[in-house]
Ligand binder design. Structure first.
Ligand code: GTP
Ligand code: MG
Length: 198
């Protein structure tokens, strides 16, 4: 699948301000600076549809993008910036928690992981809570262009092996780069398949 038209649709400061749940949507989540907004731009072949920044914390609202007038891509604020937190809710933010628990049209939550960084407790905790709550997730490794060949061969494999110490099986996994475009076709085909089940 290729995206023909991509347009900013709406920014929401609260989950109940999000657009009507009348079509499928796919949200990108992960720690600040992992590359959520960049990947959305890459998929849409647009340079600045979603705002990116080298300073973490750029995206602070729930941003809906209208894709081909038939589905939404959703750019979420990064999590993991709060240093100490007592509950998952405090860690990931009320906005994100409300969004995830309320959107009936969320077909898949793409959890972005920086391919260069070893497993972080906050990512594992987040994914575990999604699985426990029955939220469909897929793992998206980002910034693979920053790895050399031997790192590429070992880093993500190690990550997946670690996950399998906790889980019986892996969710769908994608290897991406917003620089080279690696993984974009696979992601779009995955979305196309889910759209057909709407
Ligand atoms: P927040 O909105 O702050 O949570 O960040 P984000 O996850 O949306 O990250 P963003 O897309 O703004 O990217 C953060 C930085 O990483 C920017 O400087 C991007 O240019 C860079 N970046 C993102 N993806 C890639 C990638 O695949 N390769 C490389 N080399 N750089 C990337
Ligand atoms: Mg962003």
């Amino acid at each position: 699948m290729k995206i023909n038209t991509a347009q900013f649709f709406k920014s929401s400061a609260k989950a109940n301000q999000c657009p009507k749940e009348d079509r499928p949507e796919y949200a990108f989540i992960g720690r600040s600076n992992v590359g959520k907004s960049s990947l959305i731009n890459k998929l849409c072949k647009r340079k600045a549809l979603a705002k990116t920044s080298s300073t973490p914390g750029k995206t602070q609202l729930i941003n809906h993008f209208d894709i081909d007038k038939s589905w939404y891509l959703v750019d979420l604020p990064g999590f993991g910036y709060a240093k100490v937190s007592k509950t998952i809710r405090a860690t990931f933010g009320e906005l994100i928690t409300d969004y995830i628990s309320s959107r009936k049209n969320l077909m898949c939550l793409f959890v972005l992981i920086d391919s260069r960084i070893p497993m972080q407790e906050i990512d594992l905790a987040f994914m575990n809570s999604m699985i426990e709550n029955g939220v469909p997730i897929a793992i998206v490794f980002t910034k693979t262009d920053k790895l050399n060949k031997s790192q590429y061969a070992t880093y993500m494999k190690k990550y997946e092996e670690q996950l399998l110490e906790f889980w019986e099986e892996l969710p769908p996994v994608f290897y991406t780069s917003s620089k080279s475009g690696l993984g974009s076709d696979e992601l779009l085909n995955f979305i196309e398949d889910l759209n057909s089940k709407w």
